[in-house]
Design a protein around this ligand. Structure first.
Ligand SMILES: Nc1ncnc2c1ncn2[C@@H]1O[C@H](COP(=O)(O)OP(=O)(O)OP(=O)(O)O)[C@@H](O)[C@H]1O
Ligand SMILES: Nc1ncnc2c1ncn2[C@@H]1O[C@H](COP(=O)(O)OP(=O)(O)OP(=O)(O)O)[C@@H](O)[C@H]1O
Ligand SMILES: [Mg+2]
Ligand SMILES: [Mg+2]
Lengths: 248, 248
């Protein structure tokens, strides 16, 4: 059975989409069959790979998920596009109800065809994120090396713990990734120390430096590996990919 | 009557809190009586000024707002702290119902005592943001100079238009602020051109450059004016303050 990584953090702009897109691309390039699932109404993961958002979201429609999954320019990487109207689900769904059950049933239809599924979430702890957590096997949390990074974490960790209990331990805490890492800044060193003290081994050794190639690649509809394969951003996500594969 | 600025953008990490905190500080330093209202469950605006979040949010309690408003280290700047449990309101409230009516009534109690009220919103177009928009007189939208900046704007603009109609024009489109502006990057020049072509005069002439002082100041519980008064970040928010005062 595949590993389902839920990329979450309610703090905005920490690198959730950048991580979901580039890690799934790295996994596909290393030969894993990967599916990227866009559950953010902003649809940034979808457009990052040069694809179009759909009108309604496939996860809440009755058709088979396979009909809505599209290929990307990267071999072994498929995408389930996001939908801008998906935030309606946030209001309707609560993690225990029929909506999220339907999403889990949909995911179960396709899971066996992929080694990895990565879910990109919106910046919130609302129903969409909780539904995504309930459908996942591990949490991948990007943390930006900034002061606000540690602020709202307690709330998020409580939500994750709640889901871990509700799913009888099917969801585990996969890993924490430090992003926009600049070792010359004192703030980066402080966040690094605090996060590693608090979370220990689940923090990845790999860190993602601030690299303009990572913010330019989406405007070309490409992952960083196609846009700037020798960049520091590409190297960082390759290292992360190796670590994720080792942690199986 | 005072001006109520709602600082919104559902894209995360674009500089909403940094703008709400430092613009309200600049307005207070220029002699205006300013109130900063934290409606984000992350409570970043509250901790940026060295204050503590409250357990329940004052806007949805029955006590008088004045009892919950606190002073800050900056003369003429008051704060209504945020609450980490406030995201419950997001699920409960819908912009037309009793909850948001209560929030408007609360705001009406104190508005006359301030020249400016700035509301910091979470990264979403949900009920909290719509309630904040309904209570405001103008929208202030920070836009980060990155590719995703223009992506979800249509959704947000539709929401704003809906509220403008619902409030009979009480809400106006106050201004757009370009943040994390780096003129050496092509991406910044592209976003700058696209935003000014699309929105015209409502885009402020002042832009906020990327400046590490802006991300360090919150860890000292200070605005950029106390932490690094001669920094580029302090200069940029002073310029913005002058423009906001001129636009009355
Ligand atoms: N390591 C990096 N170096 C430089 N820029 C980066 C890096 N990671 C992300 N970015 C840029 O920073 C911005 C925020 O990143 P991204 O959109 O991936 O965060 P997010 O957590 O998905 O945001 P949201 O909360 O809105 O979903 C984007 O414009 C992205 O291109
Ligand atoms: N001009 C700037 N230069 C450097 N860093 C900045 C600048 N503006 C904001 N930051 C930093 O970038 C991060 C994101 O900014 P901020 O938290 O203000 O955005 P936000 O839109 O309020 O985020 P959220 O969507 O989570 O509410 C913060 O760590 C902040 O300190
Ligand atoms: Mg994202
Ligand atoms: Mg904020």
């Amino acid at each position: 059975v595949g590993r389902i990584l839920c990329v979450v953090n309610q703090k905005g702009g920490v690198g959730k989409t950048t991580t979901a897109v580039n890690l799934s691309a790295a996994l596909a390039l290393s030969g894993q069959r990967a599916l990227l699932l866009d559950m953010d109404p902003q649809c940034n993961a979808t457009t990052s790979l040069g694809c179009e958002p759909t009108v309604g979201h496939a996860l809440i429609s009755n058709s088979n998920l396979n009909e809505n999954i599209v290929d990307t320019d990267i071999e072994h990487l498929s995408l389930l596009p996001g939908s801008r109207t998906f935030h309606d689900v946030d209001k309707m769904a609560s993690p225990g109800d029929e909506e999220s059950q339907q999403i889990r049933t949909h995911l179960d239809e396709v899971i066996d065809e992929y080694d990895f599924v990565l879910i990109d979430c919106p910046p919130s702890v609302g129903a969409l994120t909780q539904t995504a957590l309930t459908a996942s096997t591990e949490v991948l949390m990007p943390i930006q090396c900034e002061y606000f990074a540690m602020e709202g974490l307690t709330q998020l960790i409580q939500t994750i713990k709640k889901v871990i209990v509700a799913t009888d331990g099917r969801l585990t805490f996969g890993g924490i990734l430090l992003t926009m890492y600049d070792p010359t800044l004192e703030l980066t060193r402080e966040v690094d120390e605090e996060v590693r003290d608090f979370f220990g081994d689940i923090v990845f050794d790999s860190v993602v430096p601030r690299d303009v190639s990572l913010s330019e690649a989406p405007s070309h509809g490409q992952s960083v590996f196609q846009y700037a394969p020798r960049s520091r951003g590409a190297y960082a996500y390759t290292q992360l990919c190796m670590e994720v594969l080792q942690r199986d």
